[in-house]
Write a protein that binds this ligand. Structure first.
Ligand code: FES
Length: 169
Protein backbone atom coordinates (compact mmCIF):
# COMPACT_ATOMS: atom_id res chain seq x y z
CA UNK A 1 0.00 0.00 0.00
CA UNK A 2 1.31 3.45 -0.95
CA UNK A 3 1.28 5.85 2.05
CA UNK A 4 2.89 8.65 0.12
CA UNK A 5 -0.07 9.60 -2.07
CA UNK A 6 -0.84 13.29 -1.88
CA UNK A 7 -4.21 14.77 -1.08
CA UNK A 8 -4.48 15.82 -4.74
CA UNK A 9 -3.86 12.25 -5.94
CA UNK A 10 -6.43 10.95 -3.50
CA UNK A 11 -8.98 13.51 -4.67
CA UNK A 12 -8.34 13.01 -8.37
CA UNK A 13 -8.14 9.22 -8.20
CA UNK A 14 -10.46 8.08 -5.42
CA UNK A 15 -10.80 4.62 -6.95
CA UNK A 16 -7.26 3.81 -5.83
CA UNK A 17 -7.09 2.48 -2.34
CA UNK A 18 -6.27 5.04 0.32
CA UNK A 19 -4.32 4.24 3.41
CA UNK A 20 -5.58 5.33 6.82
CA UNK A 21 -2.57 7.62 7.26
CA UNK A 22 -3.20 9.38 3.94
CA UNK A 23 -6.87 9.70 4.71
CA UNK A 24 -6.15 11.17 8.17
CA UNK A 25 -3.58 13.58 6.72
CA UNK A 26 -6.09 14.71 4.10
CA UNK A 27 -8.78 15.22 6.75
CA UNK A 28 -6.42 17.18 8.99
CA UNK A 29 -5.42 19.37 6.06
CA UNK A 30 -9.06 19.93 5.10
CA UNK A 31 -10.08 20.82 8.66
CA UNK A 32 -7.09 23.16 8.95
CA UNK A 33 -8.03 24.89 5.71
CA UNK A 34 -11.67 25.32 6.73
CA UNK A 35 -10.66 26.60 10.18
CA UNK A 36 -8.13 29.08 8.81
CA UNK A 37 -10.49 30.42 6.13
CA UNK A 38 -13.26 30.63 8.74
CA UNK A 39 -11.08 32.61 11.15
CA UNK A 40 -9.94 34.84 8.28
CA UNK A 41 -13.59 35.54 7.34
CA UNK A 42 -14.54 36.30 10.96
CA UNK A 43 -11.58 38.67 11.40
CA UNK A 44 -12.43 40.40 8.12
CA UNK A 45 -16.04 40.82 9.22
CA UNK A 46 -15.01 42.25 12.60
CA UNK A 47 -12.56 44.61 10.90
CA UNK A 48 -15.25 45.94 8.55
CA UNK A 49 -17.95 46.11 11.21
CA UNK A 50 -18.27 49.63 12.59
CA UNK A 51 -17.62 50.01 16.26
CA UNK A 52 -21.29 50.71 16.86
CA UNK A 53 -21.78 47.43 18.67
CA UNK A 54 -19.10 48.24 21.19
CA UNK A 55 -18.35 51.96 20.96
CA UNK A 56 -15.11 52.83 22.66
CA UNK A 57 -15.55 54.65 25.94
CA UNK A 58 -13.29 56.39 28.37
CA UNK A 59 -13.56 57.05 32.07
CA UNK A 60 -13.74 60.80 32.53
CA UNK A 61 -13.05 62.56 35.81
CA UNK A 62 -16.18 64.61 36.63
CA UNK A 63 -15.25 65.98 40.04
CA UNK A 64 -15.38 65.17 43.71
CA UNK A 65 -18.65 63.89 45.15
CA UNK A 66 -19.11 66.81 47.56
CA UNK A 67 -18.79 69.20 44.65
CA UNK A 68 -22.22 68.02 43.43
CA UNK A 69 -24.60 69.61 45.93
CA UNK A 70 -28.03 68.19 46.70
CA UNK A 71 -30.83 69.36 44.37
CA UNK A 72 -28.45 70.99 41.96
CA UNK A 73 -27.33 70.26 38.45
CA UNK A 74 -23.86 70.80 37.09
CA UNK A 75 -22.50 70.66 33.56
CA UNK A 76 -19.39 68.64 32.71
CA UNK A 77 -17.86 68.67 29.22
CA UNK A 78 -17.11 65.35 27.60
CA UNK A 79 -14.16 64.64 25.27
CA UNK A 80 -15.99 66.16 22.27
CA UNK A 81 -16.96 69.30 24.20
CA UNK A 82 -20.60 68.24 24.63
CA UNK A 83 -22.17 69.07 27.94
CA UNK A 84 -23.16 66.26 30.29
CA UNK A 85 -25.68 67.37 32.92
CA UNK A 86 -24.90 65.81 36.30
CA UNK A 87 -27.82 66.02 38.70
CA UNK A 88 -27.90 65.16 42.37
CA UNK A 89 -31.20 64.63 44.18
CA UNK A 90 -32.88 62.20 46.58
CA UNK A 91 -32.47 59.44 43.98
CA UNK A 92 -28.72 59.99 43.98
CA UNK A 93 -26.33 61.17 41.33
CA UNK A 94 -27.33 60.82 37.67
CA UNK A 95 -25.90 62.17 34.43
CA UNK A 96 -27.72 62.98 31.20
CA UNK A 97 -26.49 63.95 27.76
CA UNK A 98 -27.68 67.50 27.11
CA UNK A 99 -28.31 66.77 23.42
CA UNK A 100 -32.02 66.65 22.66
CA UNK A 101 -32.94 63.32 21.02
CA UNK A 102 -35.40 65.10 18.71
CA UNK A 103 -33.11 67.15 16.46
CA UNK A 104 -30.00 67.65 18.54
CA UNK A 105 -30.51 71.04 20.22
CA UNK A 106 -29.10 71.67 23.68
CA UNK A 107 -31.49 71.11 26.58
CA UNK A 108 -31.13 72.97 29.85
CA UNK A 109 -32.36 72.42 33.38
CA UNK A 110 -35.22 74.52 34.76
CA UNK A 111 -34.79 74.21 38.52
CA UNK A 112 -38.06 75.99 39.37
CA UNK A 113 -40.03 73.43 37.30
CA UNK A 114 -37.72 70.50 38.00
CA UNK A 115 -37.49 69.62 34.32
CA UNK A 116 -35.21 69.69 31.31
CA UNK A 117 -36.32 72.01 28.54
CA UNK A 118 -35.39 72.14 24.87
CA UNK A 119 -36.03 75.59 23.39
CA UNK A 120 -35.97 74.51 19.75
CA UNK A 121 -39.44 72.90 19.67
CA UNK A 122 -40.52 73.24 23.31
CA UNK A 123 -39.53 69.73 24.23
CA UNK A 124 -39.96 68.99 27.92
CA UNK A 125 -38.30 66.15 29.85
CA UNK A 126 -39.04 65.22 33.44
CA UNK A 127 -36.30 64.95 36.06
CA UNK A 128 -35.63 61.37 34.94
CA UNK A 129 -34.92 62.56 31.40
CA UNK A 130 -38.14 61.12 29.96
CA UNK A 131 -39.89 63.36 27.41
CA UNK A 132 -43.32 64.49 28.59
CA UNK A 133 -44.17 67.28 26.12
CA UNK A 134 -43.38 68.33 22.58
CA UNK A 135 -42.02 66.32 19.65
CA UNK A 136 -39.70 64.16 21.80
CA UNK A 137 -42.70 63.02 23.88
CA UNK A 138 -44.66 62.22 20.72
CA UNK A 139 -41.73 60.11 19.54
CA UNK A 140 -41.32 58.44 22.95
CA UNK A 141 -37.76 59.72 23.31
CA UNK A 142 -35.64 60.31 26.40
CA UNK A 143 -32.41 62.04 27.21
CA UNK A 144 -29.53 59.60 27.01
CA UNK A 145 -28.32 58.73 30.47
CA UNK A 146 -24.55 58.69 30.85
CA UNK A 147 -23.19 55.94 33.11
CA UNK A 148 -21.30 57.26 36.10
CA UNK A 149 -19.21 55.66 38.74
CA UNK A 150 -18.55 56.92 42.25
CA UNK A 151 -15.35 55.88 43.95
CA UNK A 152 -16.52 56.09 47.55
CA UNK A 153 -13.00 55.63 48.91
CA UNK A 154 -11.64 58.72 47.26
CA UNK A 155 -15.00 60.47 46.82
CA UNK A 156 -14.42 60.97 43.11
CA UNK A 157 -17.10 60.84 40.42
CA UNK A 158 -16.28 59.45 36.96
CA UNK A 159 -18.38 59.49 33.81
CA UNK A 160 -18.19 56.76 31.17
CA UNK A 161 -18.15 58.79 27.94
CA UNK A 162 -17.77 57.91 24.27
CA UNK A 163 -14.23 58.23 23.03
CA UNK A 164 -14.49 59.06 19.34
CA UNK A 165 -10.72 59.60 19.18
CA UNK A 166 -10.22 55.89 19.75
CA UNK A 167 -12.74 55.09 17.04
CA UNK A 168 -10.71 56.81 14.34
CA UNK A 169 -7.34 55.32 15.22
S1 FES B 1 -34.65 69.57 19.03
FE1 FES B 1 -35.39 69.46 21.02
S2 FES B 1 -37.49 69.48 20.81
FE2 FES B 1 -36.79 69.55 18.80
Amino acid sequence: MDDRRTWREVTLHPEKSVSRRTWLASMAMGIGLVASYGLFAIQGFLFLLPRRLHPPTRRLFAGSLDQFKMDTLQGVLDLQGNEILVKRDRQGLRAFNSTCPHLGCRVHWQADKQRFFCPCHNGVFNDNGVAVEGPPAAAGQSLAEVPLDIDHKSGVVYLEVKDMGKATT
